[in-house]
Design a protein around this ligand. Structure first.
Ligand code: GRF
Length: 234
């Protein structure tokens, strides 16, 4: 026989709490270089700032990416996956490249729930992206509007600045002479650097900033942003 309504609701609460405690997110991190954002995630997990999150796989398209060493040091599975040149990509984007097919297989094999591009310098075909709606996110070192689309962004002080997309966006911001830039964590859609925003932070450009000094300050902000964004997407 079942107990009273109160006992049943207590029981349901216990089950729910246990379910939440058991909930885990297997994160895949894609890198091409230094991997300082990967390190920020590793540190946050070790400091218990991301309960339930595990970096289950790191993939690098470059064998010499320092991020590979960071993953190895923390005993995180890491794979070097050589990437095809763009000219070798199918022209329509309706089918995946061979490299993308291999990456897809790896992500399934390692049962990845969420894929974070953290300094990943390769563009995906629509066919690859469409497999992971709201499960593929990217860190972009410039400010994107909420829905990701459009050519202008209004900063917190009301200034309208251009949206910088594609390569060398830190340099683009400096060359455009804007006073504020930043970083955006967004969902990846087939259009490059144009998906809905998860979270974003502004960074002031200082007189005398070089591309390196500005990018370094942006990265400092990104290290917090990527942790916050994973928490939101969980
Ligand atoms: C970051 O600024 C990220 O926004 C951009 O590439 C950089 C990667 O830095 N896409 P790191 O490899 O995480 O240090």
């Amino acid at each position: 026989m079942s107990g009273s309504a109160g006992e049943q609701s207590d029981w349901k609460n216990i089950v729910r709490t246990e379910e939440m405690a058991r909930k885990t997110l297997r994160l895949g991190v894609l890198i091409s270089g230094d991997g300082s954002n990967l390190q920020a995630l590793i540190d946050a997990i070790e400091q218990r700032e991301l309960p339930g999150v595990e970096i289950a796989l790191v993939v690098s398209n470059r064998a010499d990416a320092y991020g590979i060493q960071r993953a190895l040091k923390h005993r995180i599975p890491v794979i070097y996956l050589p990437w095809q040149k763009r000219s070798a990509l199918p022209s329509t984007g309706k089918s995946m490249s061979t490299s993308e097919a291999k990456l897809t297989a790896l992500l399934h094999l390692f049962q990845i729930d969420l894929i974070a591009c953290a300094g990943w310098m390769r563009i995906f075909t629509p066919a690859f992206v469409s497999q992971f709606p709201r499960r593929l996110i990217n860190l972009h070192p410039a400010l994107l509007p909420d829905d990701g689309i459009g050519d202008t962004f209004t900063t917190s002080d009301g200034t309208v600045i251009p949206v910088f997309r594609g390569l060398h966006v830190v340099r683009q911001a400096l060359e455009a002479g804007v006073k504020v830039t930043g970083s955006t964590l967004h969902y990846v859609t087939p259009e490059v650097d144009a998906g809905p925003v998860i979270c974003r932070a502004e960074v002031a450009i200082e007189p005398g900033d070089t591309e390196e000094s500005l990018h370094e300050r942006i990265k400092q902000v990104e290290h917090k942003l990527i942790v916050k964004g994973i928490r939101i997407s969980f």
